[in-house]
Design a protein around this ligand. Structure first.
Ligand code: ATR
Length: 299
């Protein structure tokens, strides 16, 4: 049974949204969107949609039949969500993946797929942390779904140099190749490297690997940082802690993925509702909750 977690829209006249994935029980998106809705005076219902691994399409189809207007998409369905949409934003095309769907009718052009992860990360770095990316040297670790989702928007910020380092260097090369024209257009020196040869003294280091989920070490040496660098892990909660401790020990500014989570949600909310919430109070509230509950690490 693919029943969504809460009642259909027509029962209460609410526009319905959800985070679709497997698992979704841990997701903080429902609380974030409830805070956004309250702040902006929007009336909507945002729940969790647990999709069987072989039943993403069927679950979404049923959700739409019940009057849903859109959804966020999380692991492992971001690629499938991208494939299912009729239309795609340019940043979703670069990522080959979608974290946001808007269920526009066929008359309006059909489902729209977006990827707000990268703009969420960029906004957290530049606005929340106050660190400009333009003209800087940036190192992004990992070449999986998390890094693919953010590479395009990072390039758009016009860093001087952007190194993508991965354990499996061929995966980094493939991702770099796909973004090369975008990088050239923005005057960015984009390169793929092995983790063991990532380089030294970056201004900004972003960890998009899943190394910490398996209890692994920080996948790059301390030489990658310098005092005053920003070191950000896209995870939050306990799994991010070793990376944050390591970064602080090098004199870097350490940051987890909670700000990115709230910012990507705000961008999705704006796509659906046409109004952008103020993320600061929401991030502050979420930070207090996460610090007190020490939830499972995720991103
Ligand atoms: P996600 O969608 O979370 O990015 P993914 O697509 O499976 O997950 O990608 C995981 C990333 O973490 C990959 O870049 C992976 O490196 P490989 O491409 O070499 O597999 C990286 N990763 C996972 N465990 C790691 C570890 N212990 N050390 C370094 N990199 C690791």
């Amino acid at each position: 049974m693919n029943a969504p977690a809460s009642t259909p829209s027509d029962a209460r006249g609410l526009d319905r949204y959800a985070v679709a994935g497997n698992p979704v029980a841990h997701s903080r998106s429902p609380s974030i969107h409830a805070l956004f809705a309250a702040q902006t005076g929007q009336t909507l219902d945002y729940g969790r949609l647990l999709c069987p691994l072989d039943g993403f399409k069927a679950t979404l189809t049923e959700f739409v039949q019940q009057g849903a207007r859109g959804c966020n998409v999380t692991v492992p369905f971001k690629f499938e969500a991208f494939e299912m949409a009729a239309r795609h934003t340019p940043r979703a095309v670069l990522a080959h993946a979608a974290n946001t769907l808007r269920f526009d009718s066929e008359a309006d052009g059909g489902w729209l797929a977006d990827n707000t992860d990268g703009v969420g990360l960029v906004r957290d770095i530049t606005a929340n942390a106050g660190v400009p990316l333009q003209g800087r040297r940036v190192l992004l670790l990992g070449a999986g779904g998390a890094s693919a989702g953010v590479l395009g928007p990072l390039i758009e910020q016009r860093p001087r140099e952007l190194v993508l380092a991965n354990r499996t260097v061929d995966k980094a090369r493939a991702l770099v190749e796909r973004h090369q024209a975008w990088a050239t257009q923005h005057g960015v020196a984009l390169q793929a490297r092995a983790l063991t040869d990532a380089g030294e003294g970056f201004d900004v280091l972003i960890n998009g690997t899943a190394a910490s989920l398996g209890g692994g070490e920080v996948p790059v040496g301390a030489q990658a940082l310098k005092p005053g660098s920003l070191a950000l892990d896209m995870m939050y909660g306990p799994a991010a802690q070793p990376f944050l401790d390591w970064a602080r020990a090098q004199g870097a500014m350490a940051r987890d993925g909670l700000g990115m989570l709230v910012e990507q949600a705000a961008e999705s909310f704006a796509l659906w509702r046409g109004v952008r919430p103020d993320t600061r109070p929401v991030l502050a509230q979420l930070r207090a909750e996460v610090d007190s509950l020490t939830p499972e690490a995720t991103r």
